[in-house]
Design a protein around this ligand. Structure first.
Ligand code: NAP
Ligand code: G4F
Length: 352
């Protein structure tokens, strides 16, 4: 049985990836950091009471990207076949407020993980996945962005992830570690963090419908993103580590839409009418330097990994709205559910 170690297992991607690997028969170990409140809501359904049961396949461990010893001892104890490094301070706006913390966790944290593998003499035994990002393209140097496009990050988060990207590549070249960078464009779901723009909108709409809120306060509505569906994106992470040779891949839909378009689609779907009645721009959410437009070219992943996303922009909006309405016990239009049933008859994740 293969063993995987996932940092950031309590996050959107980590929780889906854990479920995906369990469906593939892996023994899955996740790193969780200590918090003053419960932070396992996204994985509670896979933890259940099996943690100490014979035959259990999912285990979590306390650790932190800012604590090298915790990473070394976990890797030594678990001896995973594959490590997925997904832990990060992943909020771009917040990285302007906590640049040092973000750099420590996202840049040096990746180095700590790589050094742990090397110092334990496991460079030829472990495969390593790094959660790289389209934020590296920042002020874009060409359109669409591919693995060959030069980087120009625009935030402390982007700069920290640039270091992580290059140090991963360096350990591949210097120590022959099987290490891949997945350059993933934005991907969303019902599990998306509540302060990212798509989820802020879909959750805000559900709250308005429930009579709990009257308005949604947002920042720059003109930015454009290449948004895909998270479960499909985590599958690509695993696919990268199953190749003959380690490499870097862009994962994207190849379509781009503005925040305004997201609002239009979302309000139309829920029948609330004109979004402008419910949305106010609050400059607090502007960024000191913005990434205006991202659109990815994932032809390499299509060709080499056979990775083809099924969920398009309009589907994604409906899936996310259905999920947020359901969470508040409100009647769900159900088109999102139908799309999921049609496109993923054998879906491996248990909740959206
Ligand atoms: P997320 O929901 O914010 O999850 C981040 C995870 O990292 C959480 O489990 C968080 O723990 C953990 N974490 C944060 N700081 C940590 C630390 N110091 N030590 C240990 N764990 C820590 O992010 P996501 O959307 O799943 O993204 C996963 C990864 O992909 C991130 O590295 C992100 O930067 C990258 N990425 C995301 C996207 C996207 O569109 N989603 C695109 C490209 C790249 P808590 O639950 O305790 O906060
Ligand atoms: O949803 P966002 O915060 O995502 P962003 O900045 O693109 O970053 C996400 O995707 C990256 C991949 O490219 C990941 F690496 C990163 O970890 C994260 O998952 O913002 C998207 C856009 C931005 O242009 C932002 O200015 O939406 C704009 N926006 C407008 N109003 C807002 C808001 N963003 C947030 N978070 N909150 C707002 O109220």
């Amino acid at each position: 049985m293969k063993k995987a170690l996932i940092s950031g297992v309590s996050g959107q991607d980590g929780s889906y990836l854990a479920e995906f690997l369990l469906s593939k028969g892996y023994e899955v170990h996740g790193i969780i950091r200590r918090a003053s409140t419960f932070n396992t809501a996204r994985i509670d359904h896979i933890i259940v009471d099996e943690q100490h049961e014979p035959g259990a396949k999912f285990f979590f461990h306390y650790g932190d990207m800012n604590d090298a010893t915790s990473l070394i001892s976990l890797i030594q104890k678990i001896l995973p076949d594959e490590i997925f490094n997904l832990a990060a301070q992943s909020h771009v706006r917040v990285s302007f407020d906590t640049p040092e913390y973000t750099s420590n966790a996202d840049a040096l944290g990746t180095l700590r993980m790589l050094e742990a593998i090397r110092l334990l003499g496991l460079s030829d035994k472990i495969k390593f996945y790094q959660a790289s990002t389209s934020e590296l393209y920042g002020r874009v140097q060409e359109t669409p962005q591919s693995e060959k496009t030069p980087f120009y990050p625009r935030s402390p988060y982007g700069v920290a992830k640039l270091y992580a990207h290059w140090v991963t590549k360096n350990y591949r070249e210097a120590y022959n570690l099987f290490a891949c960078n997945g350059i993933l464009f934005n991907h969303e779901s019902g599990r998306r963090g509540e302060t990212f723009v798509t989820r802020k909108i879909t959750r805000g709409i559900a709250q308005i419908k429930a009579g709990l809120e009257k308005k949604i306060y947002l920042g720059n509505l003109d930015a454009k993103r290449d948004w895909g569906y998270a479960p499909e994106y985590v599958e690509s992470m695993w696919q990268m580590l199953q190749q003959e040779k380690a490499d870097d891949y862009v994962i994207a839909t190849g379509q781009t839409h503005s925040i305004k378009e997201f609002l239009e689609e979302a309000f139309k779907y829920t029948g609330l009418g004109d979004w402008q009645k419910y949305v106010e721009v609050d400059p607090r959410y502007f960024r000191p330097s913005e990434v205006d437009v991202l659109i990815g070219d994932s032809s390499k992943a299509k060709e080499e990994l056979n990775w083809n996303p099924k969920i398009e922009f309009k589907d994604l909006v409906k899936i996310m709205i259905d999920a947020d309405l359901r969470k508040l016990g409100i009647e769900v239009p159900g088109e999102g559910d139908k799309i999921l049933q049609e496109k993923f008859p054998n879906k491996w994740w248990q909740k959206d």
